[in-house]
Design a protein around this ligand. Structure first.
Ligand code: GDP
Length: 425
């Protein structure tokens, strides 16, 4: 068994959570290596239905150790509330099965305020932030203006550090945005209410991962969002503020020596996108409403209706390249069962010609989708568990995608439940 990363190929919300939940069976550790509480992985299993934001999706498997690596935006308040929520549904979370890297940086209370204040200032030019403080957090992390989780064990250092940061941040809050300043009392309350509670889970996660690797344990790296939201390779500036690519997993997890042999890219059978920015294959009107309703496409974190569209072969091929995916899980094929004919975005029309290359972000507003239709299957496939039992039209749809993206589709998901899967290998 090799180390494996499960990553999104498109705009996020592809169903990574359900794939991690399924594949953790074969792994000893699940590691989150980037992002924060700004997106949600939906998992349905024997404990119920969960929208996980920060917790790794291996938290439901007995014997699996879950790690929040140094690359995540560690929000103690969100994390603690999520832990309480998941525990209330009967899932055990202990320092044995959840480990937080002492090198993860902390998302401070003002990061969320700054996110909301900046979106307000931008008004109709906003980027569609989830207002969880992720962009201000990562900006501050790279400016070296936040604290590491491990500082919780050095109260004197922490207090002096927070005092300096607060004085600096209050200038922005009050003078730029006209907002209320923070006080040390407010920060002490936050430290007591949340940071103290997560402290028992904090450890030298890098050392733990190195030992696990040396002992031959199998590690699964779990990404958030997808290729097209990657800070460097995505549709900038409509990206997230971290790297969603598998290549970042060794750095963000705390195991720079990790060799990831298997990259499972998750692709949805159609396209969805949350927030602003170019979305070439977007559908509108009744066609969009029908697809949104069939796929129940509303944000796990925000409840916002997602933008929907045909599968975009141009963007998906690019996403596969960016992730260096070795195999693909195609999810939500069952959602398309109502369609008589299925739209497929095969190329973009751009600058008077047609292209199958993913354009530079600034060129994307001018791109239009070239849509071709393939026959639908118009029957319920949610109970199918074997490739041969899938209707021919559904098989053809999968094979068409596989050929276009140049990567084997080894899993076809036909429902949200753990066992609603067709394995093709
Ligand atoms: P993630 O962030 O990539 O994990 O994706 P989300 O959790 O935001 O979105 C996936 C949604 O689709 C969740 O509600 C899943 O329960 C659901 N889902 C995943 N796979 C399937 C599938 O094959 N069919 C159907 N109908 N729903 C699915």
């Amino acid at each position: 068994m090799a180390h494996c990363a499960i990553v999104g190929i498109n705009w996020g919300d592809e169903g990574k959570g359900r794939m991690v939940d399924l594949l953790t069976e074969n792994y000893d550790l699940v590691v989150r290596y980037q992002g924060g509480g700004n997106a949600g992985h939906t998992v349905i299993n024997e404990y119920g239905k969960f929208a996980l934001h920060l917790l790794p999706s291996g938290i439901f498997r007995r014997g699996v150790v879950n790690v929040l690596g140094n690359g995540v935006a560690l929000d103690p308040e969100n994390l603690w509330e999520e832990m309480e929520q998941v525990r209330s549904q009967g899932v055990e979370i202990t320092p044995e099965n959840l480990k937080i890297s002492d090198r993860a940086s902390i998302l401070l209370p003002w990061h969320r305020d700054l996110d909301a204040l900046e979106e307000q200032r931008l008004a109709d030019k906003k980027y569609g932030s989830t207002r969880q403080g992720i962009a201000p957090f990562y900006s501050d992390k790279y400016q070296k203006k936040t604290v590491m989780v491990g500082e919780l064990f050095y109260p004197e250092v922490l207090k002096a550090h927070l005092t300096d940061l607060m004085e600096w941040k209050n200038l922005t809050l009050t003078k730029v945005y006209g907002a209320q300043p923070y006080t040390m009392e407010m920060l002490e309350k936050w430290l007591d209410s949340y940071c103290e509670k997560i402290k028992p889970f904090v450890c030298d996660a890098s050392a733990f991962l190195r030992d696990a690797q040396a002992a031959g344990k199998n590690i699964l790296f779990e990404a958030q969002l997808g290729s097209l939201r990657d800070l460097d390779y995505g549709i900038y500036p409509y990206t997230t503020s971290s790297n969603t690519t598998a290549a970042y997993a060794p750095i963000g997890s705390g195991l720079p020596s990790a060799k990831i042999e298997d990259v499972v890219g998750v692709v949805k059978a159609y396209s969805t996108c949350v927030g602003e920015g170019p979305f070439v294959c977007e559908m509108f009107g009744d066609e969009a409403d029908a697809l949104r309703a069939a796929g129940f496409e509303y944000g796990a974190k925000t409840g916002r209706p997602r933008r929907v569209g045909a599968i975009d072969l141009v963007a998906t091929r690019y996403g596969v390249e960016v992730q260096a995916a070795t195999e693909i899980a195609l999810t939500k094929l069952d959602v398309l069962s109502y369609m008589e004919k299925i739209p497929v975005c095969v190329r973009y029309s751009l600058n008077g010609g047609e292209t199958d290359r993913f354009p530079f972000p600034a060129a994307m507003n001018a791109a239009k989708p070239v849509i071709e239709y393939v026959p639908g299957w118009q029957c319920d496939i949610s109970g199918v568990r074997a490739w041969d039992e899938l209707p021919k039209a559904a098989q053809n749809y999968v094979l068409l995608i596989e050929k276009a993206i140049g990567c084997p589709i080894t899993y076809v998901s036909v429902g949200p439940e753990r066992d609603s899967i067709i394995i093709r290998k």
